[in-house]
Structures are given as C-alpha cells and as structure tokens.
Write a protein of this length. Structure first.
Length: 128
C-alpha cells in the first residue's frame, strides 16, 4: 500500500487512523507533515488518536514543530504547544527553547491573540 493513502481524508476518518497504528514509524515518516496538519484543531474527532501516534516520533518532530511555529496559524501553534508538547519529553522542549523564547519575547499578532505567552512560560520552566 502507498503510505500516502493512509492520510486521513476527513476529521472522522478513524479507519485510516486505525490503519496508521499498524505501521512502523519509519513507514509513516514520509507523511508526518500531513499527519501534523490534523493537529490544527484538537477538537477534531481524530486529532487525539493521531497525536498518540505522532508523539512517538519524539526528536524527529523538532523541525516540523519549528516550521509550524513559523506560520501565522495561531490556533495550530496553540494546539502544538498546549497539547502535543505536553505529551513529549522535556528534552524536546529544550530543543525548541529558542523558538519558545522568540514567542515569549517577540510574539506575532496571532500568538498574542491566542495568548501563547502563558503556555510558553510554562514550557520554558519545564524545559529548563
């Protein structure tokens, strides 16, 4: 099967999520950016189940999270910082320290609107 066929088609596509669970992480690596897109809103039914898969990538997530933190999608940033990072080990937070400090010290309009400063402060203390 082409692994791209496993990317969920909609926010209720639990069938794809269940199939994803049967694959090794190395098989899912090529579609990791697309899987992260499903964490843009943790209220979507499949988001929490996908997060359970995604957290297993650990250090490999760092460049992907950095890319997300450079977007102007404050809601996506909110969910990555408040949900995904809370499920990852402290060393991942440490790897993202400069990105988190940038949000704390020089927040963009979308980061201010989503009140990311408070979340970042908690993360920075955790990753200290």
């Amino acid at each position: 099967m082409n692994v791209e066929e496993l990317i969920p088609k909609n926010k209720h596509d639990f069938e794809s999520v269940e199939k994803l669970k049967t694959y090794a992480l190395e098989d899912l690596r090529p579609i990791l950016p697309e899987l992260l897109e499903w964490l843009q809103d943790m209220n979507w039914p499949i988001a929490s189940e996908l997060q359970k898969i995604i957290v297993n990538f650990e250090i490999e997530l760092v460049p992907h999270i950095q890319r997300i933190l450079q977007t102007d999608d404050g809601v996506w940033k909110y969910w990555i910082l408040s949900s995904l990072l809370n499920e990852l080990p402290n060393y991942i937070v440490t790897e993202l320290r400069s990105d988190l400090e940038r949000i704390r010290d020089y927040p963009t309009d979308d980061e201010i609107a989503e009140e990311l400063g408070e979340i970042v402060e908690v993360l920075l203390k955790r990753g200290a």
